[in-house]
Each structure stands twice: as C-alpha cells, then as structure tokens.
Design a binder for this molecule. Sequence first.
Ligand code: NOJ
Length: 753
Amino acid sequence: MEEKIGTYHHLDPATEAHVEALLTQMTLPEKIGQLYQTTPFGPFDLDDYLAKMKQAEETGTPFEYDPQLREDMPDLIRTGRVGSFLNVMSPRWINTLQRLTVEESRLHIPLLIGGDVIHGFRTVFPIPLAESCTWNPTLLEQASRVAAEEASASGIDWIFAPMVDVARDPRWGRIAEGAGEDPFLGMAMARARVRGFQATNLTSGRRIAACPKHYVGYGAAEAGRDYNTTDFSERTLRDVYLPPFKAAFDAGAGTVMSAFNEISGLPATANPFILRTILRDEWNWPGLVLSDYESVRELIPHGLATDLKDAARQSLLAGLDVEMVSEGYTRHLADLISAGEVPLALVDDAVRRVLRLKIQLGLFEHPYLDETLPERLHLREDFRALALEVAQESMVLLKNESHALSPTTLPLSPQTRVAVIGPLADNRADLLGCWALVNHPEDVETVLEGLGHYLKADALTYTLGCPIKDDDASGIPAAVAAAQAADVVLLVLGESADMSGEGHSRVHLGLPGRQQELVDAVAATGKPLVCVLMSGRPLVIPKLAGQVNALLAAWHGGIRAGRAIADILFGAVNPSGKLTASWPRAEGQIPVYYAHKNTGRPSAEAGTKQFAEAFKSVYMDTPNSPLFPFGYGLSYTTFEYGGLQIENPTLGLEDTLIVSATVSNSGDRAGAEVVQLYVRDLVGSVTRPVKELKGFQKISLQPGEAQVVRFEVPVRELGFTGRNMGYTVEPGTFKVWVGPDSTGELEGEFTVS
Ligand code: NOJ
C-alpha cells in the first residue's frame, strides 16, 4: 500500500482563505497568543520529579508524574493568550485544555500540542544515532511512523524531531539524537523521518507535523560542550550543516526549531541571515519557525539583548515566529508594535504560519482525542516487532577475532557456559537511552532475558561486577570467579542513559566508573571475552578493544535491545550495522571525521605518527585515523568487492555518473552489506574534503551469491559552495571509491568537463 505523506511546506487557496478570515477577526492579544508556546503546568518541582523518577527506576514501575495546572491557565486559554503547548503527553489533559479554547474562547482556535518524540513514543526504538547505523531509511521511515502512531494517539500533533544536526564531536551528548557525522547520510535519514512522522493515515485519524531541529549548526558546539559557542565558515554552514534541513523541507516539513547556539556572532533565534535570507529569500520556504526552550530569553545572557523586550524585538524582526516558554512576545510585542519598533505586518505573517499549520493538521475539525486509544495502540505487537528489527540492524560488530577454541568468537554456541558480567546486563532503564519521555522501564527486555532464549539457566551465570559510574569495585572478585568457571565471558558495559542527550557532554569518553578495572581483572583470567558495549555516543576505548575478542556496539537499543543482542550473539541474526560517526583513538583527536580536508602537509598514510614523517599534519603520539572509521562494521560472513566499472568516465554537468561494482558473499552465512560510494574532487576553486559519501545501498546476499551494485549520481550533486558562496560544480578530475566503509576498497577516476 502506498503510504500517504502529509506536506506542510505549501500554500493552498482554501487554507489561505480560512487563515485570512480568522486573522481579520483577531485582536492583537489574540494574535500574540498564537505565538506563545508554553507548558500548562504549574511550577515544576525538579527535586520531586527526580525523586519519583529514581523510585520508578529502582522499582521498575511506570513513571507517573501528575502535574498541577498553572493557576492562570484556564483564563489564558479562554482569552486566546496561548497558541500551543509542549510535552503534554496525556490525552485526558489535552482534551481538558482543548475544551477551554474550542468551547469557551471567542474564536475557538484549537491548541497545537508539540512534543519531543525522539526515538519512539511508548515503543522506544534505539537512539537515533543507533538507528542511523542501520543505513536503512525505509526502516527508519517505518519506525518514525510507529512513533507518530503512538504519539498521535496520545495527542501530539507536532513532533520536535528529527534532530538533523551533523555532529562530529562525540563529547557532545546530543550526538545521540542525530544521524552522525555526514550530511549526505543525514539528508537520507532526515527525509525518511519526516515522511514517517507525517504519514497521514494514522489510526487516530489525526495528522502530525515534523519539526527538524536545531537550526542550525548546533552540533558544532566548541569542545563538545552543550550550548557552547559555535564558529564555522559560511561555506561549512552551507555544505555541512544546512543540507539535512533542506532535505527535511523538501520532504514536506513545514516547521523548524531554531538552535540555542550563535552563528557567526548572532544566536540562531535572532539571526536574520539564517531565518530570513536562507529560509525565505533563498529557499522560498513558507514554514513556521519555533524557538528552542527559552532561547529568546537567552539572548540576554548571550549578550545580544539588553532585556526581554529587546530580545523579543530582535527575534521577531529576525524571523522567529513562535516563542517557546519564555515570555518576550506575550509581555512585550504589543508595546513594541505601538512604539513602531516592530511592524504589525510581521506579526501577522507569523500568526498566519501558526494558523495555517493548525488548519493543515485538521485540528479545527478534530480537536479532541479518543482517550482510550493509547491503551489499545501503544506497544502493539507489530510495533514491538519493528523495534526489534531496528535494534538488530542498528548494532555494529566492531571486532570478532579468533580465540583458542574457535576461529571467530561470535556467534556463540548454545552449548557454551557463559559468565555474564557487567552493570548493563540486568538493566532496563538505561536501555531506553536519552530522551525517552514516556519512560516505562518495565517495557524493556534485559540482556539476561534475551540470553534466556538461547541458553539454559544452568549454562549462564550473572554477576554485576561494578555499577555503571559509581566508585564501587567490591563486586570485581566475584566477577573474576564467575569468569574462571565459564567457557566465555560476556561483558555488558557502557554508559547510562543520562550520560548523553541534552546537557550531558563528557570529556573522558572511556568506560565510566570502575568498568575498565573490571575488564582488566576479568581479562587476566585468559578466558575468551565478548563485550556488548552500550552508549549514547562513540566511545574512546582503545584498551578495551584490544582486550576483548569480540566487540558489539549496541548503543542504547530501546525496549527490544536485550532480545536483539541475544539474537546477534547466538547468530540468529547476522549483524549488518555500520558506524555513522567515527570512533576516535583518543579524545585529543576530536573532531575526527572521514570527510576532512587534506591540508598542505598531509601524512602519506592515515596511520602515520610524527618522526615517521617529519613536519606533516600528524600527532607525535597517536595516528590521525580513528579507531573505527565512518561506515565500518563487520558481519559473520565476508563480502568481496570487485569489477568496478565507471560507465561514462567523461561527464558533462548535466550527466549522471554511473558506477557499478560486484559484491559477493564469500562466507558461509547469509548477510546484509552496506555498499558505500565516495568521491573526491581533486582540485577545486576552494579546497575539498578527501572523501564524501555520495551513495549507499544495503543489499542482502546468500552464501556464494554475487550482485552487481549500480549507483547513479547526478553530476549536479557533486558540487559545493564556491568562492562566491553560490553552489557550483566544477570541471576537473574526481576519484571514486566503492567499498564497505570510508577507507575505500575499489578505486577509480572520472572527469567532469
Ligand atoms: C530543548 C531542546 O534543545 C529541544 O531539542 C527540545 O525540543 C526542547 N527543549 C523542548 O523540550
């Protein structure tokens, strides 16, 4: 069945007539109300909230937080002083609020409910970084659709996702929320997620609008510290950070969230270059711009605005439509308009964009929710099955070497006696990852439960070893004893969910707490070691990677992670995930990403250290290359690449590059491979990256099977931002690679003339 996708980036006459009819009836305070998004609830008691959350985690019970309505809220709604809410995830509450406007306000304009649905709603999928490691946009579209199904049933009409920030710094905790380091891959994932969220035939009968974020360049936070300053050239803005937003808009996204960071000295929320010049003048995009949480007020500490009034003035003039939570618009826009500092016409335009979205979403016809739907829809069996499939495809096998008993450590045989050790083996809450706002640890299958599908109870022992991050090594001796009694040790290690995500950046990216000490002690037993490593980011683990015989990056894999891990460890599923962000050897290399520039003094080989080659762009103590490169990931079978063919090695600007290669499964298991195509523009009017991803295909091959994989890349897509800041494709020689990761494999050349 052809999926119907809603688009919110267009104008149509009937909607425009409805918008104008409403606008002419609106008073100024009602107009300003539409530009205010807030929470309906009273002062938020963080301590109380955290205590309840902790209690839920400890007892494995659902996290219930029953908030209190803000005292002034009913009147604000009745008088049209508020246009939308965020993160109200209860249909009962939403219906209550909606009734106040639909039945009791003058113009009956429904409220818009926004929410952070980052990797699933009740059916929690792997974190987005993990999801991107599937390199499977079709699957992510389906996952996003499931998220939309569940979120919509709970009353969300506006999803604050996808996060399409390109991120090249794993210290930044929000790398967990995006698709990694590459703009081309980021574009593919952005399109898929927007399509999935905006599917129109949802069970609820409602619609959802996506809100790509954070516009723009947020991932470039200096030193990986969240909310920090960014500073990059306009060329990097255009070539690296903007393309995933453009892709999301082209796929039909009609809203965007402005970022917290500054771009060239102007915070995004008050930056007319990105909000007007690019969105409106260059892209002609008519969508709605929402601020991030209080980012209007934050213009004051940024040092751009003297006070909230000034912040409101600058934001509105720059092109910001809706203000999230801070109250610059509600408090000051009326005065600013009467003083002539803000033209009413600009306010009207912003209001039009809100009304248009509400009409396009069908809220006027269907403001109310069926309060029984979540119960019937959430965690549906097919949703859970999809969460399992995504988890299986998202995990990346980083290492699988021989040990004394076997030529490869994985998959394990069910006859093996396994000592399971580590703080994430019997853990539910952390597998949900960051940004799982509908937090139900009881939905999660643990790794131990997953293993139970393959191992008899007497073939498995479990010891904690040590906690994730607390300073407690008292369990290590018991772990060593367990290891000694087993055939194979399965270490389940990594980060807790709260070590990544918003505001959770780290400087040391190794195993937290005493976990490395635990590994050292267990490694001394000489037993074969398998490590399942969970994290919200690429970690820096050269020592661990050297110690273990097999290593599986399992991320924070959502509610089905435990089962997916067991399926991979026992070979029921052949791993096929590939990294979408490089794993550094050392924190000091960061940012390390494959699409870097060559410099005037490149090292001859990526592995070079200083004194092997003097006065080259290398380190004295560590190679330039990452420990695990972008695109990398192993399988239980082997793939061979051959027969590179460039159909037309001399191309014009309007031609399409056609490259093919034969990929064969030379091992003895069926498997899936992500075949990747990279190019390099050798000489440009400005310098170009040493490699850029321009195509990928995920194929499945039976043992002995071969397939010709054919890529078609329009030459128009080989361009970049030239000297005059315009997009240009320049004639010249290009290299092309087809291979299993960003280090290449088959290499050829073509020219554009
Ligand atoms: C701040 C975050 O930066 C953003 O991603 C999120 O959507 C808003 N808060 C709303 O929760």
